[in-house]
Write a protein that binds this ligand. Sequence first.
Ligand SMILES: NC(=O)c1ccc[n+]([C@@H]2O[C@H](COP(=O)([O-])OP(=O)(O)OC[C@H]3O[C@@H](n4cnc5c(N)ncnc54)[C@H](OP(=O)(O)O)[C@@H]3O)[C@@H](O)[C@H]2O)c1
Length: 257
Amino acid sequence: MDLGLTGRRAIVTGGSKGIGLAVAKELASEGARVAICSRNGSELASAAEAIGNDTFHHVADVTRAGDVQAFVDAAAEALGGVDILVNNAGGAHPGNFEALTDDDWHGDLDVKLFSQIRCFRAALDHLKRSGSARVVNINAVYGKYPDPAFFATTVIRAACLNLNKVLAQEFAGEGILVNSVNIGFVDTPQWDNIHSKRAPDISKETFFARLADTEVPLRRFGTVDEVSGLVCFLAGSRASYITGAVIDVAGGMGKYV
Ligand SMILES: NC(=O)c1ccc[n+]([C@@H]2O[C@H](COP(=O)([O-])OP(=O)(O)OC[C@H]3O[C@@H](n4cnc5c(N)ncnc54)[C@H](OP(=O)(O)O)[C@@H]3O)[C@@H](O)[C@H]2O)c1
């Protein structure tokens, strides 16, 4: 299937590792020109080299409005515009209600919700000019499947899903299609941190197997390649009648319809 991505100009936040890196690689392999950002400059430069296809990279922290605007402006200049925005940067903040301080809440809101708001705002004029723009927001099953062990994620991703829907409604007339991909458990570097915080005494494999056994009907963690294909489909021309959708890549996780 030709996804219609050749020559399209794509921004992927948090493109240095994990899901963002896989998405950037697959977009580039489908012929898109790609720009990535993250906070660690050397990891970012290595990622750009691994992605190839003259990938543009720029250090930016998505919790800082100035960084976001500078990245989007520089990316738009390097690529000659922006057709695709993948809001991926983020991280897990496990913990139940009593473990979370106001600073924790503010930090998590900033990296999950406000990053998507800021990146969309910074890219908006370019997306309008594209005429057939695509925005894919990487969110979490927990936004629809509350779990006190991931308390902040549960609350904040629910807001992200509403942001996804209202952006789709407000900007459909401008040809900007906005969709969400909800992740369950996908093996990425952020899970190394969760493992070392929550279960340092057992191996990563055992930790993953226990979580997957209780939560995931397919009984395993997903891989980043199992996410990037859907993101590329939603970013491409074959998804021209899909907007405001929320699609899970979660092995069946989440007891809801
Ligand atoms: N993996 C899962 O099971 C899972 C589940 C639900 C949701 N998600 C969501 O999926 C997205 C990708 O997660 P992942 O598992 O691939 O995580 P990851 O392996 O930790 O990668 C996160 C990426 O985002 C970047 N990043 C983090 N904070 C940033 C900031 N403030 N500004 C700019 N870049 C930042 C990281 O680079 P630097 O740290 O160098 O900046 C890295 O490139 C996140 O939004 C995450 O919440 C993942």
